[in-house]
Design a protein around this ligand. Structure first.
Ligand code: NAD
Length: 320
């Protein structure tokens, strides 16, 4: 297979693969995954040129980090050839963005991941905390960890897009290296587009996650916990069925659509099998080679999704 393209991640100097590995499925978030399959998926992803892996202690109550850690331990590659991001502040038992908890959390993640440093440490779903605490307490704690060499770069993640600007406006430029937005750059929701010029002006690396809208844009449909409103779930199911009837794969179309945006450095797709890894890498290479998506089917799908375009769901504290 041809190699995957690499992209500069903001001003970090990191060069990330356009298609990146989301490890939340390794925590059984989308259904049970055998450990050997999970590890094989990570190894296959790395073999095929994916160099960026994202996880969190929240996924599967630390399980995703543990399994990714096992996979990384046996990865036959030098440590500086791949990039790992994890998160802090969100745990299976709730949110805690205090300096004490996140400092301890980074040590715990390092141990589970079998790493001596984590490339990117992100405050996880900050809309559930006090944004002012993130600015005055969490980020300063992460800056200390950056100085100590335990982490290299700092990021923030969440669903509502306005949280990113709130924080970026209130910290010195260069403090936040990356933002991770999810479910806002996909076939059904492109709200992230409006924020891109601002993020670029701040020199922040843009990570977009969940191009399959956390399972909505798959043949199997979303998990039962999916927070999308019923009409969004129904429209995506209709789009998936339409694709299937026309001999197309909704997931492939959705991934290719997401990867075509060159302002987004990297797109995280949750993967839990070697087959999904292979399929998604193939979809990425097709786009890189300039193979255009089936325009007719894409137009029809966009038509089906138009009534629910950018429809999202509430997330986090009301004041955020
Ligand atoms: P996603 O949109 O990537 O969808 C994942 C689902 O699609 C899984 O069920 C997976 O098995 C399935 N899938 C993947 N490739 C497929 C294919 N070719 N055919 C059929 N099904 C396929 O959603 P996600 O996993 O939630 O997002 C990707 C990653 O981004 C996560 O794993 C996580 O690392 C990160 N993320 C972070 C946040 C946050 O920080 N708040 C939120 C969401 C996601």
């Amino acid at each position: 297979m041809a190699s995957l393209g690499l992209c500069e991640l903001g001003r970090t100097g990191l060069r990330v693969s356009k298609l990146a590995f989301g490890a939340s499925p390794l925590g059984n978030v989308f259904g049970d995954v055998k450990e050997e399959d999970a590890i094989a998926s990570v190894h296959e992803a790395a073999r095929l040129g994916i160099n960026f892996f994202d996880t969190s202690p929240y996924y599967g109550g630390t399980l995703a980090e543990q399994v990714l850690g096992k996979a990384l331990k046996t990865l036959p590659l030098p440590r500086d050839s791949y990039i790992v991001s994890s998160k802090c502040g969100r745990y299976i038992d709730g949110f805690d963005f205090s300096a004490t908890r996140v400092t301890q959390s980074v040590d715990e993640s390092l141990a589970r991941l079998n790493l001596s440093y984590i490339d990117i440490m992100q405050c996880h779903d900050i809309e559930f905390g006090s944004l002012d605490q993130i600015i005055t307490e969490t980020i300063p704690a992460l800056l200390k960890l950056k100085e100590s060499g335990k982490i290299r770069f700092i990021g923030i993640t969440g669903l509502p897009l306005k949280i990113f600007k709130y924080v970026l406006e209130r910290v010195p430029e260069g403090t936040i290296d990356v933002v991770l937005s999810y479910c806002h750059y996909s076939l059904n929701d492109t709200a992230l587009e409006d924020l891109i010029p601002y993020l670029k002006s701040k020199g922040v690396g843009i990570i977009s996650a969940s191009p399959l809208s956390m399972g909505l844009l798959t043949g199997n449909g979303p998990p039962s916990w999916h927070p999308a409103p019923k009409e969004l779930q129904a429209a995506c199911a209709e789009a998936a069925a339409y694709c299937k009837k026309n001999g197309q794969n909704i997931s492939k179309l959705a991934i290719q659509f997401a990867l075509e945006n060159h302002d987004i450095a990297t797109t995280l797709v949750g993967m839990n099998s070697m087959e999904q890894v292979k399929e998604n890498v193939r979809a990425c290479i097709e786009i890189q080679n300039g193979q255009l998506m089936e325009m007719a089917i894409l137009k029809d799908i966009k038509g089906i999704l138009e009534p629910v375009k950018n429809l999202t769901w509430p997330s986090g504290r009301e004041e955020n």
